[in-house]
Design a protein around this ligand. Structure first.
Ligand code: ADP
Length: 237
């Protein structure tokens, strides 16, 4: 099962013709099965760090490795397989508006379908399973516009889980949700993590981070300032 390792990772973005670091000299190892909160103020580098882990952006310096293999050096033909290791939910709404919940899930489920799926691995079966996992039975034929923000986030999580990835990367998945929905989401993620899935989650939901007491990595100006097991929100030692 994959371990994520970042070694001296730096990522710059260009702003007004200048190179501005979003993540600076980050060393971080996340073992399979961990539950990690990424905290820090807006602009601290949380999303960039998640994108680096997923291989969505490449580091300007340093290495991002999955089980010791440098993600940047994975040949193109194997990148698809590598992507299947990550379930991802990003800040921007991403369901296809003209497709139903079921069709949205099938679309991603097909990418991870084994060449000769047995009945339990068929896409239909996996769609049914993840819809059950996130408690969205009865919503299969609905369109994204008919869903509340909490329901939309659940469907996005179901889509992230459909290929049973070993790692979940989540960026502000509870932003704009009310307290009940936030709590349900944290509960669900705890259950998923209990099943062995690594969860790495950028969040501002301090109250829930403090209740759950998992590993808390705090970023300030692209640097890791704190990395505390069973930590509290923003705790640095
Ligand atoms: P956070 O998720 O903690 O809010 P981000 O990783 O989104 O932080 O951003 C870190 C820094 O990088 C910020 O200063 C932000 O403005 C900058 N940044 C992020 N993405 C881009 C981009 N695509 N182009 C230019 N600058 C970016």
């Amino acid at each position: 099962m994959p371990t994520i390792t970042l070694q001296h990772v730096t990522k710059y973005y260009k702003s007004d013709g200048r190179k501005v670091p979003a993540v600076q000299d980050v060393d971080l190892t996340i073992q399979q099965g961990e539950f990690v909160f990424l905290t820090g103020s807006s602009g601290a580098g949380k999303s960039t760090l998640l994108s680096l882990m997923a291989g969505k952006v490449k580091p300007d310096r340093g290495r991002v490795c999955l089980d010791g293999k440098d993600v940047a050096r994975i040949p193109k033909w194997r990148q698809q397989r590598n992507l299947l290791k990550f379930g991802q939910v990003w800040q921007e709404p991403s369901l296809v508006r003209r497709q139903t919940v079921e069709e949205n899930l099938e679309l991603v489920g097909l990418i991870g379908a084994p060449e000769q799926p047995g009945p339990s691995h068929s896409v239909e079966n996996r769609v049914r399973k993840v819809i059950g996992l996130v408690g969205m039975q009865g919503y299969e034929k609905k369109y994204p516009v008919e869903l509340s923000s909490g329901e939309t986030r659940r469907v996005e999580l179901a889509r992230a889980m459909i290929n049973s990835p070993p790692i979940l990367l989540l960026d502000e998945i509870t932003a704009n949700l009310d307290d009940d929905n936030i709590w349900d989401m944290f509960h669900l993620l705890t259950e998923i993590n209990r099943g062995g899935t690594t969860v790495v989650m950028a969040t501002h939901a301090s109250q829930y981070v403090n209740l759950l007491r998992r590993r808390v990595v705090t970023l300030v100006d692209g640097h890791i300032l704190g990395d505390v097991s069973k930590g509290r929100y923003g705790e640095i030692m």
